[in-house]
Ligand binder design. Structure first.
Ligand code: SAH
Ligand code: SF4
Ligand code: F3S
Length: 446
């Protein structure tokens, strides 16, 4: 009987760094004969790449594992085996507990151990379950195969920095992703050059704290994020650069200046402020005040007036009063965000804020979140409407929903739909923006 290739299904939760890791896992398993499939019931190996940031995110893993178990049983009835791996931040945070709680799981692998995945799969095929959640000294990026496979894409993510030393009191990331670590500039440049050769036009540099990037250069010295971005901008076919997520404390002068003088750096910045009250910011250990945050925005807007700002906000942090929450709303009104992600505070095991006495009742959190989201939606629509009538360069990424349509992104990361040929995909063209819908813009090309 001829051996058909083994099938791999990866389901990704959480942030873009998980999306990046999922791509790298697929690449790491390709030499072992695994091909990606969209259908879980086709898969010989199912990987859940998980997120631990909020309780809801972490719970999803177990409900998903219930579904995986049913799939596994159905396949078994047809004589097919299914291997199951849990990767990502829940794997890191819960380790052995997952194996104990979910017998369907064969492999638990933390985000720092992805380069061990092929070995763990080989081991699991002999019936051995394993948990790998060490923070190895070895650089997982160097140990992973070079990025070569994957579908043709216009825009790609590249993780340049991992982990976080900030220890905001609500956050699990310093525990699940470990201490801050920056990849070397040469490794990143090589990766982006390979992506460029495959047709990638836009690169988004990723890190939990990306603007804390400090890579050791081969010739000695340390590169900050601005220097790295400048270097990547020298790659001719790379037309657009972005980076996310930044911490206000790490926005240095070089990086601010770059928004004014590097045409390839897009006028879009994701800069979480979390809360508008200085008392709450202090309790969160954010290391900045609301005034410092706004001062920073002013400085960046001085060099790039059309900057689109995006942010993350938490409501209902322990001790947050109505007055504190009002400070959050008024900051949102003053700054005007083009995009935002907002969350109810979720107490996470092992974090300092989870132990605080004055937890905010669920009903108050819910009410505050609704009020905040209404305001943020208003702000987003106002930003979208502000570009109607302008001519914007759009990088086309794919076919639109309707036949004859293509879709791309404005410099401000807005989705733009136009009538046009598929040949536009991978290219930048000027588009007259005609209308702003609930989630995207439409325009015409002349
Ligand atoms: N490294 C990034 C974001 C990390 S997580 C940063 O520093 O901004 C993404 C967002 O999830 C955070 O910005 C925060 O708004 C939210 N978040 C993190 N922990 C949370 C928690 N315990 N409850 C609710 N939201 C949380
Ligand atoms: Fe979490 Fe704060 Fe680090 Fe962001 S800066 S990852 S919110 S600890
Ligand atoms: Fe979630 Fe881990 Fe990212 S906790 S947000 S997947 S760093």
């Amino acid at each position: 009987m001829a051996m058909s290739p083994k099938k791999l299904h990866i389901k990704t939760f959480g942030c873009q760094m998980n999306a990046y890791d999922s791509e790298r896992m697929a690449e790491a398993l390709a030499p072992a004969g695994f091909e990606l499939t969209e259908a879980m019931d086709d898969a010989d190996l199912v990987i859940l790449n998980t997120c631990h940031i909020r309780e809801k995110a972490a719970e999803k893993v177990y409900s998903e594992l219930g579904r995986v178990r049913l799939t596994k049983e159905a396949r078994k009835a047809h004589g097919r085996d299914t291997m199951v791996a849990v990767a990502g931040c829940v794997a890191q945070a819960e380790g052995e507990e997952i194996i104990a709680r979910a017998p369907v799981v064969d492999i638990v692998v933390g985000p720092q151990s992805l380069h061990r995945l092929a070995d763990l799969v080989a081991k699991a095929s002999t019936g051995k379950r394993s948990v790998e959640t060490e923070f190895p000294a070895q650089d997982k990026f160097a140990a992973l195969p070079q990025r070569a496979t994957g579908k043709r894409q216009t825009s790609a993510f590249v993780t340049v920095q991992e982990g976080c030393d900030k220890f905001c009191t609500f956050c699990v990331v310093p525990y699940t992703r470990g201490a801050e670590y920056s990849r070397s500039p040469s490794e990143i440049v090589a990766e982006v050059e390979r992506l460029a050769a495959r047709g990638v036009r836009e690169v988004t540099l990723l890190g939990q704290n990306v603007n804390a990037y400090h890579g050791d250069a081969a010739g000695g010295g340390t590169w900050g994020l601005a220097r790295l971005l400048r270097r990547l901008g020298e790659i001719p076919s790379i037309a657009r650069l972005r980076f996310t997520t930044s911490h206000p404390r790490d926005m240095d002068d070089d990086l601010i200046a770059l928004f004014g003088d590097d045409e390839k750096l897009m006028p879009y910045l994701h800069l979480p402020f979390q809360a508008g009250s200085d008392r709450i910011l202090g309790a969160m250990n954010r290391k900045h005040t609301a005034e410092e945050y706004e001062g920073l925005i002013e400085r960046i807007r001085a060099v790039r007036p059309d900057l689109a700002l995006s942010t993350d906000v938490i409501v209902g942090f322990p001790g947050e009063t109505d007055a504190d929450f009002e400070d959050t709303l008024s900051l949102v009104r003053r700054v005007g965000f083009a995009q935002a992600f907002s969350f109810k505070y979720s107490a996470r095991p092992g974090t300092p804020a989870a132990k605080l006495e004055d937890q905010v009742p669920e009903a108050a959190k819910k009410e505050r979140l609704a009020a905040l989201q209404a305001l943020l939606e208003e702000s987003r629509h106002a930003f979208d409407r502000s570009v109607v009538g302008r001519r914007l360069p759009v990088l086309f990424e794919g076919k639109g929903r309707k036949p004859g349509q293509v879709t791309g992104r404005s410099p401000y990361l807005q989705a733009v739909h136009v009538e046009g040929p598929e040949a536009l995909i991978g290219h930048i063209a000027e588009v007259d923006i005609r209308a702003a819908g609930p989630n995207s813009l439409t325009g015409v090309m002349n």
